[in-house]
Design a protein around this ligand. Structure first.
Ligand code: PMP
Ligand code: GLU
Length: 414
């Protein structure tokens, strides 16, 4: 390995951006986490900020799950776990996939990691070669495009607006497919839109994909349990594509366990093996204690999911009703997750009380943070300029107060 000379000759050399790899330089900062950090900083200064930027349940992890983690500590689950996770947890995940999703997986097809986020990145790193195209229906979660970049793939965005409830059509999908297409990333219920593809809509996409057997389907189902429809369907229900689906899911959202960092992928065996190999060189198995907690989540009572789901549904109704009253906002009715994704483009061009102009939605979002002390995220981070995202995973009182403040601040724009 060749080190820069000055490391030896000049210890005072200032470390600047030239030391950073191009790989990381090309990467964008996660806008959701950045905005949440900014809101935490303002809070630390004593400003009463309502944080609607980050998407995580505001509930505490259910007690029976916390108890399992405490037991795991006492029972000395303190050593490295197998790289893909404890067999007992992988069996519990197979049980969940069979009982809830009616798909049969064996434990060697499951890899548990540090959150669904790691498993999405792993799936891409394990399958994408430089130049391979990854189709991403947009609006899409902030990390998808960046993860594709890390894997040296090329994102092919397929956009759907609020007029289509943010869902792409089979014709749009087919038009995006090229000989270089290697994967499609599907996320239903969706972050940031809360949209849920119906059985018929998924069937339409599956019928197109059936014609292109070289395309893998990465199904991010992390919001599966947070939905307000009769039944959430998975693309893996369709036999014509089932053997090419990589399911990613985890305990973060359903069980209010974002900080425990446990997610998994369920994949065709060669892909699961490749991901395990990657993880073995990169991070090893996920936290032993958190894995035991996740096992309790999957094998214990599922009532906690329903309790939280009901709270999210009530809040969805509340925020939609209040958001519709804000002049210039175009709002739809999300059917899952805990996000509202209004079109707020009409505020671009307006003048702030200090005389400066709102040039883009990012300025409007910043104005709302500074004037109304409500933190949201610019839609551009989700490949959807003209929109913004509000997470309603917060109390009903916070939702009411946030919407009152946003309405008041917006009314001052001329
Ligand atoms: N996918 C989507 C769409 C998400 O919103 C999140 C939450 N950040 C994740 C994956 C990752 O979840 P986690 O890593 O906490 O399991
Ligand atoms: N999924 C959440 C969000 O979109 C968590 C933050 C993140 O990991 O991006 O806000």
């Amino acid at each position: 390995m060749v080190y820069p000379k000055y490391i030896y000759h000049n210890h005072k050399k200032h470390i600047d951006m030239s030391f950073i790899s191009q790989r990381i330089e090309r990467l964008a900062v996660s806008a959701t986490l950045a905005m949440s950090q900014k809101s935490a900083e303002l809070k630390a200064q004593g400003i009463d900020v309502i944080n609607m930027s980050v998407g995580e349940p505001d509930f505490d992890t259910p007690d029976h799950i916390k108890e399992a983690a405490k037991r795991a500590i006492d029972d000395n689950f303190s050593r490295y776990s197998p790289v893909p996770g404890y067999l007992s947890l992988r069996k519990a995940i197979c049980g969940k996939l069979l009982n809830e999703n009616n798909i049969e997986f064996t434990p060697d097809q499951i890899v548990v990691g540090n959150g669904a986020k790691q498993e999405l990145a792993n799936a891409l790193l394990a399958t994408i070669n430089p130049g391979d195209e990854v189709i991403i229906p947009t609006p899409a979660w902030v990390s998808y495009v960046e993860m594709v970049k890390l894997a040296e793939g090329v994102s092919v965005e397929v956009a759907a607006g609020i007029e289509n409830n943010f869902k792409i059509t089979p014709a749009q999908l087919e038009a995006a497919i090229t000989p270089r297409s290697k994967m499609i990333m599907l996320n239903s219920p969706s972050n940031p839109t809360g949209s849920v593809y119906t059985y018929e809509e998924l069937k339409g996409l599956a019928e197109v994909l059936a014609k292109y057997p070289q395309i893998l389907i990465l199904a991010d189902e992390i919001y599966e349990h947070i939905n307000f429809v009769e039944k959430v369907h998975s693309i893996s229900e369709f036999p014509e594509v089932r053997d090419r689906v990589i399911i990613v899911n985890g305990v973060s959202k359903a069980y209010a366990m974002t900080g425990w960092r446990i997610g998994y992928l369920a994949a065709p065996l060669p892909i699961a093996k490749a991901v395990s190999k990657l993880q073995g060189q990169y991070t090893s198995g996920a936290s032993s204690i958190a894995q035991k907690a996740a096992e309790a989540a999957y094998t214990g009572s599922q009532q906690c999911i329903e309790d939280m789901r009901l709270a999210f549904e009530r809040r969805r109704d509340l925020i939609v009703e209040l958001a519709k009253e804000i002049p210039g906002w175009e709002v739809n009715r999300p059917e899952g997750a805990f996000y509202l994704f209004p079109k707020v483009e009409s505020y671009v061009g307006k003048i702030k009380p200090d005389g400066s102009k709102i040039e883009k939605v990012a300025d409007y979002v910043m104005y709302i943070l500074e004037e109304a002390h409500v933190a949201c995220v610019d839609g551009e981070a989700f490949c959807a300029p003209g929109y913004m995202r509000l997470s309603y995973a917060t109390s009903d009182d916070n939702i009411r107060e946030a919407m009152r403040r946003i309405a008041e601040a917006s009314a001052k724009l001329k």
